[in-house]
Design a protein around this ligand. Sequence first.
Ligand SMILES: *[C@@H]1O[C@H](CO)[C@@H](O)[C@H](O)[C@H]1NC(C)=O
Ligand SMILES: *[C@@H]1O[C@H](CO)[C@@H](O)[C@H](O)[C@H]1NC(C)=O
Ligand SMILES: *[C@@H]1O[C@H](CO)[C@@H](O)[C@H](O)[C@H]1NC(C)=O
Ligand SMILES: *[C@@H]1O[C@H](CO)[C@@H](O)[C@H](O)[C@H]1NC(C)=O
Length: 413
Amino acid sequence: MIRPFLQIVTLGLIPGLATADPTTSTLYATHYNTSSIYTLSLTRFNGSYSLTETASLKTCGTYPSWITLDSSTKTLYCSDEDGYRNADESVNGSLTALSVGEDGSLSEKAVTGNAPGSGVHNVVYEDEEGEKYLAIAHYSGAALSTFALPLQDDADPLQVLEFELEAPGTVPERQEAPHPHQTFLDPTGSFVLVPDLGADLIRVFAIDKSNGELSTCPSLNYTLGGGPRHGVFRTFSEEPRIRGRAPGPEPVLYVAGELNGEVEAFVVSYPNSGCLSFTQFNTNVPYPSGLPEGASLGEIRLADDDLYVSVRQDSAFDGDDSLARLSLGKDGKVEFEEISTSGGVMPRTFAINKAGDLVAVGNQLSSTVAIVERDLDTGVLGEVVAELLVGVPGDDNMEGPPMYGLSSIIWSE
Ligand SMILES: *[C@@H]1O[C@H](CO)[C@@H](O)[C@H](O)[C@H]1NC(C)=O
Ligand SMILES: *[C@@H]1O[C@H](CO)[C@@H](O)[C@H](O)[C@H]1NC(C)=O
Ligand SMILES: *[C@@H]1O[C@H](CO)[C@@H](O)[C@H](O)[C@H]1NC(C)=O
Ligand SMILES: *[C@@H]1O[C@H](CO)[C@@H](O)[C@H](O)[C@H]1NC(C)=O
């Protein structure tokens, strides 16, 4: 923040005050079975931190799973993981748009119950007129849906693309059906990518820039039994939004496989076909040796030349789980560096702030948000500097899918 000149002068006259200026950041967390979004406030003051809950709102259907902030319209989009589709029936989930007030408070703007079931992730994309759309991955709905924005009450999807699997995959108990787990954009904003954990595919869709419609491109055939969960692009240019053309040298896609516990790297190119092509060139286990029995990869994020992956239920830090750091070579190859504490149990998600010096970890089972520092020079993650129990902890002994605890965390920036 740039202060007016006069104010700097005024503060400068009061000894000690200028250095003791607290800074505050806002975060939002979704919690599955309290059906709520929580507003958190992180204050940094004189080298120490405090994390508090400033508000909560019961919203986003039965199982709030994922939120995306569109900061330009101050809107949060929340997907509800309720619902499913199988051979006998399908049950819808919901989608909620919320306004973010000046003070960070939330209020519902529009709700629709016409989304396919089990929304687990969403992303905002744009057409050439700047009109916006939301693409949603539906895990147990085995589908991808899109909605025109701004969202209207009871809106129908623009498109629902349902996926099928002819036979169960290599890990039949998890791959009995397609399970799209994430939606994200390529660096040009022209394609939506969808890791499908059930089908071992990264599905690719080209965006029609005149109307936001998606058309199906050939998928990336992922390692069988890999269970791709989340992916992230690394580009080599500061100007990624040249339409339909990748910037600079070819971008690299890194994907965390939930089922094989590996990070796989692919060079991505833009052939004249108008779709994408991928060449796998590196795989790595983000752990000192093999992943411990029962542990699995969750989130994957990139900051500068480091890749971070959450490792769920390895219990490596006095019962708490891990974040793994991998350094990236100039050639894009991945090298495991170290693990550090996630500050809680089952780090389903984490998010790095824009400055790159803090990581907020969403630990699902302990239902805690832990803030860890990130060294800007080395990329190394530190100890927990602030921590907060949000909602109600999960219970590992319960039958059925783990629809409890903290489901996602984002910075409001
Ligand atoms: C800032 O922290 C230092 C070291 O912990 C402490 O000595 C000092 O009293 C603190 N100042 C304020 C204003 O809290
Ligand atoms: C489920 O959503 C579809 C649109 O995707 C809609 O046509 C249908 O009426 C919805 N079903 C229920 C029970 O709300
Ligand atoms: C991916 O697998 C499908 C089905 O086996 C095959 O038709 C397609 O050619 C493969 N794609 C690539 C790029 O190898
Ligand atoms: C949520 O799940 C936890 C763990 O299974 C349980 O203890 C709690 O009662 C559930 N309900 C609510 C509203 O938190």
